[in-house]
Design a protein around this ligand. Structure first.
Ligand SMILES: NC(=O)c1ccc[n+]([C@@H]2O[C@H](COP(=O)([O-])OP(=O)(O)OC[C@H]3O[C@@H](n4cnc5c(N)ncnc54)[C@H](O)[C@@H]3O)[C@@H](O)[C@H]2O)c1
Length: 350
């Protein structure tokens, strides 16, 4: 009996020591993080991405195009995937126009086989992707009961399921090299549910969860050189996706600012980025306030979050597997004056 009491007391002391050790270590980590954040910008760590191969999904327009241009300026070789072939051609032309290296591929992210096939081609023709930006996204923008099943499924396929396939395709090499970065372009809609965006919000919540769980898994596996970042912007002006949405309390973001902040987050290896940054402090209120307050706020801020246009069009890919001309541009030695790329390796003009 006396021995048992002694054992119990020892266990309690051990637990208390463990908890105190955990708290002290956490405090040290917080101090280091605060110190790093408070350093003047010029002294903050920024990784060099020259020579990296950066894949931007949905690079045929909008935010993806702006990200591609910034990555190329920093010396990365840019790979663009999109269903919008014309858009990809234009982006490749723009990257070449600033002296960058760019490769474009037609890829339907809602089709797992297509993702794996184009991933293999990319690896064979360009090399190992070391920076992956899962940026492509679609929106349906109707109330749940008005949204056709096919659009709900498409929203999930593009906005989050595709991330599983792209990461499974490229993460193994990143781990092998102990060098890589996976950036998820989610949304503030991944932290806040909004009227008429039920499928969009839930897919973005899933994308936020995907990033967090993947980060936890890499940490648990002791993978030090592969980082993950999730970007959660509020509505962005002029990319096409939410152009007509009126926002009352907060101004919509400028696409160039979102692109700049995303590249900054990549280079500084941030974990979660909420844009605009001050909303990070307001978000927790939704868990504290009564739902009636949250709902009232949302209805006032965004009377109608529907983009008021047709849902992102569904693209039909009719070619057979063999005839798919995925590779549309190869620009290893980019010419500054060349702006209109055209032929793939097999000479197929898209
Ligand atoms: N625009 C906003 O207000 C806003 C706000 C927060 C988050 N986001 C997110 O930012 C990302 C970029 O959005 P954007 O504003 O540039 O939109 P966008 O519509 O301009 O660009 C999305 C790109 O994804 C491509 N795409 C769509 N379906 C595809 C598929 N099946 N396969 C391959 N490519 C496909 C489109 O062709 C397009 O080029 C998206 O994930 C979006 O959800 C946008």
């Amino acid at each position: 009996m006396a021995n048992e009491q002694k054992n119990n007391a020892n266990q309690v002391i051990k637990l208390v020591i463990e908890v105190i050790g955990f708290l002290l270590y956490s405090l040290a980590l917080i101090i280091v993080a605060v110190y790093k954040t408070c350093l003047p910008s010029a002294y903050q760590y920024r990784k060099n991405i020259t020579g990296d191969i950066a894949l931007v999904t949905g690079g045929g327009g909008g935010l993806g195009r702006l990200l591609a241009l910034r990555l190329a300026k920093l010396g990365a070789t840019v790979v663009l995937w999109d269903v919008n072939v014309k858009g990809v051609e234009e982006t490749v032309g723009l990257v070449k126009g600033i002296g960058g290296k760019a490769y474009g591929y037609k890829c339907d992210l809602s089709d797992k086989e297509d993702v794996y096939r184009v991933a293999k081609k990319t690896q064979q023709e360009v090399g190992d992707v070391t920076i992956l930006l899962n940026n492509a996204g679609v929106v349906s923008g109707q109330s749940l009961l008005d949204t056709p099943d096919i659009l709900i499924k498409r929203t999930f396929d593009v906005n989050v399921i595709a991330h599983f396939w792209t990461v499974k395709a490229f993460l193994p090499k990143m781990i092998e090299k102990d060098h890589g970065h996976i950036v998820t372009i989610a949304s503030l809609a991944g932290h806040l549910g909004v009227n008429k965006l039920v499928d969009y919000c839930s897919s973005k919540y899933a994308a936020v969860g995907f990033d967090e769980a993947l980060k936890a898994e890499l940490d648990a596996q002791g993978v030090k050189g592969v980082k993950t970042t999730v970007i959660c912007p509020y509505f962005i002006q002029q990319t096409g996706m939410f152009d007509n949405v009126n926002s009352k309390f907060f101004p919509k973001l400028k696409a160039n600012d979102v692109a700049d902040k995303t590249i900054e987050a990549l280079r500084k290896e941030y974990n979660v980025v909420i844009l605009p940054g001050y909303l990070r402090w307001l978000l927790p209120l939704k868990l504290i306030m009564p739902w009636s307050v949250v709902s009232n706020f949302l209805n006032n801020m965004l009377p109608d979050a529907s983009p008021h246009h047709q849902p992102t069009p569904i693209v039909q890919i009719e070619e057979s597997e063999e005839s798919l001309p995925h590779k549309i541009v190869n620009s290893v030695s980019a010419s500054v004056s060349q702006t209109k790329p055209s032929l793939d390796k097999q000479g197929k003009d898209l």
